[in-house]
Design a protein around this ligand. Structure first.
Ligand code: NAP
Length: 484
């Protein structure tokens, strides 16, 4: 049997055999088996939620000082760092990420998130409210930050461990207990992450379940033992989770899809803007929620810019991510490739010009590859401009002036991210203010872990990132008093 075999799930500090045995996880670059993952039952998912509830009620995790929690989270981060080399290989095998992406964003980023969670754990738990004269007496008090309870962390396929660490890190820092449920497509790294963190924390604080089919996640969302659902994934599933959570008014943090605009003015540093447009192809084959897949280009630049893109796409080396020099890897699964191909067909049917790509690379007989693809002559009302494709597909749309660029960017059901490139700093700021998204990056400003992260509109509900995660994963209680 190739690859690691995980046939157990983690419930209440014990690894127990998954009721449904295992299923194969496929290497998307080769279509060979990358490993085997546990297929647990709905009853086991419910038991994991119940174990997380017991661990929460029993303590000591909930009642520990922030400093004590921080020390344990730091130890977990250090142990994770000690295992990173092996985890890079596993990540490449199960996600198809090229080595640079696997190393930096899929693995090292996890340690960074755990270390930041340790810092977050030491944030003050109380804040005094000064006395106020209310007419009859004095009101004074204190605001206390407390954990929400049991958090179900449900994650997508694209950055499995990184996304999981971005949830369990702050959730644990705030004193919650967690049940982790990764995407069944590539859950092996997440199982390893849970193993490493669980070995350091009190039993039952971290629980791990996995299995094919929506019923495992649904069981967690439904469970009376779960207080909060932290979900990252598609808007369609996010909507179902929000509806299901409404019955018991469970807290939800929903990090959903995007169709972000990359607005390029003719006066910008064109080479840098060009590199950012190309990243839709080279950064995990476009399987990124924040990808700037709607490239809006000012009219005088539109023709030369898209001509250069069309010439560059076919020169990018596409293939097995383990091979040196490969910059475009496969899509994660056959299903994901089918989805992307359907959108490409739709783009052609709706009248956009396929300027490059659009096919399975002829030289690769195995693996779920799609060539870097560019649509020009596209309109904002076309499906390829409105819906999230989640693959290496750019939709390029021209605009006449600033007002039209803003209007096009905002004419979207999504509002996760956005980019603007211009030599005019004031214009950059104006556009950034005007576009209704959770984040706007001017002239290639880097990702900032201290910034709030989340979406407007169908891109989600809530904010995580930096200290904003404290609000996401805590309850606030006011304790007031007055003179007797
Ligand atoms: P997905 O199909 O929505 O699945 C995400 C997770 O939800 C998986 O673990 C899935 O497990 C589970 N799930 C499915 N139905 C469920 C239900 N009814 N109740 C509870 N859980 C359920 O997303 P994906 O295809 O893995 O990931 C791609 C999507 O993630 C894209 O839309 C992308 O934009 C989004 N994403 C957003 C962000 C962000 O920060 N905004 C970051 C990364 C990715 P099963 O497959 O077993 O059902």
């Amino acid at each position: 049997m190739a690859g690691p075999v995980f046939d157990q799930v983690l419930i209440g500090g014990r690894w127990v055999p998954a009721a449904g045995g295992t299923y194969p996880v496929v290497n998307p670059a080769t279509e060979e088996i990358a490993g085997h993952a546990p297929a647990c039952s709905v009853a086991q998912a419910e038991a994991a939620a119940s174990a997380a509830r017991d661990a929460f009620e029993r303590g000591p995790w909930r009642t520990m000082s922030g400093g004590e929690r921080a020390a344990l989270l730091r130890t977990a981060a250090e142990r994770f760092q000690g295992e990173m080399d092996g985890l890079v290989e596993l990540t490449i095998a199960e996600t198809g990420a090229v080595r640079a992406v696997a190393e930096a964003q899929q693995v090292r980023a996890v340690a960074g998130r755990l270390l930041r969670a340790a810092e977050l754990a030491t944030a003050p738990l109380e804040q005094g409210v000064p006395p106020r004269e209310t007419g009859r007496s004095l009101a004074a008090g204190v605001i206390v930050r407390e954990p929400v309870g049991v958090v179900a962390c449900i994650t997508p396929f694209n950055f499995p461990m990184t996304n999981c660490a971005g949830k369990i890190g702050p959730a644990l820092a705030c004193g919650n207990t967690v049940v982790v449920k990764p995407s069944p497509v590539d859950p092996l790294g997440v199982a390893e992450l849970c193993r490493i963190v669980d070995a350091v924390l009190p039993p039952g604080v971290v629980n791990f379940v996995n299995g094919e089919g929506a019923e495992i996640g649904e069981a967690l969302v439904r469970s009376p033992d779960v207080d909060m659902i932290s979900f990252t994934g598609s808007t369609a599933v996010g909507r179902r989770i929000k509806e299901a959570a409404a019955g018991r008014m469970k807290r939800t943090v929903l990090e959903l899809g995007g169709k972000s605009a990359n607005i390029i003015f003719a006066d910008c540093d064109v080479d840098r803007a060009f590199a950012s447009a190309m990243s839709v192809w080279t950064f995990h084959s476009g399987q990124i929620c924040i990808a700037g897949t709607r490239v809006l280009i000012e009219e005088p630049l539109y023709e030369p810019f898209t001509r250069r893109l069309a010439a560059s796409g076919p020169t990018l080396r596409i293939g097995d991510p383990r091979e040196p020099g490969v910059v475009v890897g496969p899509l994660v699964s056959a299903a994901q490739r089918t989805r992307v191909e359907r959108f490409i067909t739709r783009g052609r049917e709706e009248g956009a010009t396929l300027a490059c790509g659009g096919r399975r690379p002829p030289h690769l007989s195995r693996g779920y590859y799609v060539e870097p693809t560019l649509f020009t002559d596209a309109r904002n009302d076309m499906t390829i401009a409105r819906e999230e494709i989640f693959g290496p597909v750019i939709t390029a749309i021209p605009f006449r002036d600033e007002a039209e660029a803003i209007a096009l960017a905002n004419e979207s059901d999504y509002g996760l991210y956005g980019y603007v490139w211009t030599g005019d700093a004031a214009r950059g700021l104006r556009v950034a203010h005007a576009v209704r998204t959770g984040t706007m990056q001017i002239n290639g400003s880097p990702l900032n872990p201290d910034a709030p992260f989340g979406g407007y509109k169908l891109s989600g509900v809530g904010r995580v990132g930096g200290q904003w995660a404290l609000g996401a994963y805590s309850e606030l209680k006011y304790i007031g008093w007055t003179t007797p």
